[in-house]
Design a protein around this ligand. Structure first.
Ligand code: FAD
Length: 365
């Protein structure tokens, strides 16, 4: 089976390694000139790590990251955690993104990744799918996977008019900085005023990631550092989190990532007879639940399992779509509940409810 995967991001690379386990002849097409990962660290939950176990890199990934035991804080610095949930519901692994994508690319095999290759569209035929490249070339595949992110061209070909939409003035700022002087609590995520949330957490190798996000952020004025600092002040009532303000103030401007948050609208379908969307291409979510990547890795596991079990590709893709869309109906409900949480206590409760639900209902793959 010749499988073409568009996008060498976290989910495309994981899907490539997962389908290679089934004996698929996999090729990954990536329009960037290198395998890269925009962003600092990514929080991965146990359901994602299980798929990494399947492809044989679970222990290496665990070694790359830092185990995080989540605590939330109100803007006055009071720690808050819902007592209704277990410790396991508050645990994830924070992994440096570039190291993770490098590991996954090595696992897939560099000779299976074609860099500098922009996909412009595809046509499904009865016997195959023809994948069109910007250089005029056409590749023939038995299966095409769109893992090309929130602005997916594969999705645009499958479902014209399904462009990503802006998430109500929602912006995120983050950076990876050398560790030093942080609070002993380690992970300090504060639910602040003016719909602002943020804090910092240790990532492996003596580095700390700070992140700030705000819904309805209004006009963006000044440098990225100014913009992040302006929002971070909503988290630092009465001196709590002055360390976060200092950390942002000393971060070089070019090390700061600023993202306008985009969402993929609910789609009428995720698949064709020989085409499937995975990861952000299918379900680009708001990062305030910090689980888009984790759930995209679940997509890879479900796709692998259905392709192994079904009598033919079209049936496998239909089963994949049914199971993933049902899961994402619930993810969206949790995501909205967390977004609309009123204050730190409600946020902590709703976030724990989400992570508990995600972990206890994860597909067996
Ligand atoms: C601020 C922020 C914080 C987040 N934190 C977390 C977190 O803690 N935990 C978590 O699980 N998730 C988190 N997420 C979500 C997570 O980052 C995404 O869900 C995940 O990275 C999506 O991976 P992907 O492989 O689907 O897409 P991408 O990483 O976007 O990869 C898509 C790839 O496709 C390539 N591509 C695009 N178009 C084409 C084309 N036409 N031809 C060829 N190649 C193409 C791109 O160059 C890219 O390499 C966060 C997101 C944000 C914005």
């Amino acid at each position: 089976m010749r499988t073409v995967i568009v996008g060498a991001g976290l989910v495309g690379l994981t899907t490539a390694a997962s389908l290679a386990l089934l004996g698929h002849d996999v090729i990954v097409l990536e329009h960037a000139s290198e395998v890269r990962a925009a962003g600092a660290g990514i929080g991965l939950w146990e359901n994602a790590l299980r798929e990494f176990d399947h492809i044989g890199v679970g222990d290496v990934v665990r070694g790359l990251g830092e185990k995080i035991d989540t605590w939330f804080f109100d803007p006055a610095g009071r720690p808050i955690r819902s007592a209704r949930y277990q410790d396991a519901d508050h645990r994830f692994l924070l992994v440096p993104r570039p190291a993770l994508n490098t590991l996954l690319a090595d696992t897939v095999g560099r000779d299976r990744i074609r860099l500098g290759t922009h996909v412009t569209g595809f046509t499904e035929h009865d016997t195959h799918v023809a994948v069109r490249l910007a250089n005029g070339e056409e590749l023939r595949a038995d299966l095409l996977i769109g893992a090309d992110g929130v602005y997916s061209g594969v999705r645009a070909s499958l479902l014209p008019g399904s462009e990503a939409v802006e998430h109500g003035g929602h912006y995120a700022w983050r950076a990876l900085v050398p560790s030093g002087g942080e609070r002993p609590e380690g992970t300090v995520l504060t639910i602040g005023a003016a719909r602002t949330r943020g804090g910092y957490a240790p990532v492996a190798e003596g580095r700390t990631m700070w992140m700030i996000n705000q819904f309805d952020a209004g006009e963006l004025v000044g440098s990225k550092r100014d913009r992040a600092l302006l929002r971070a002040r909503h988290l630092a009532e009465g001196g709590w989190h002055d360390d976060l303000l200092a950390m942002i103030a000393r971060t070089p401007e070019d090390a700061i990532l600023e993202n306008r948050i985009m969402l993929v609208p609910e789609l009428p379908t995720w698949t064709g007879a020989r085409v499937a969307l995975v990861g952000d291409a299918a379900h680009g979510l708001s990062p305030h639940i910090a689980a888009g990547g984790t759930l995209g890795i679940e997509d890879a596991g479900v796709l692998r399992t259905e392709l192994a079990a079904a009598p033919d590709t079209a049936t496998a893709l239909a089963r994949y779509e049914r199971s993933r869309r049902a899961r994402f109906d619930e993810v969206r409900e949790h995501s909205t509940a967390v977004e609309l949480a009123d204050g730190a206590a409600e946020f902590a409760e709703r976030y724990a409810a989400f992570s508990h639900w995600m972990l206890t209902t994860a597909p067996a793959t």
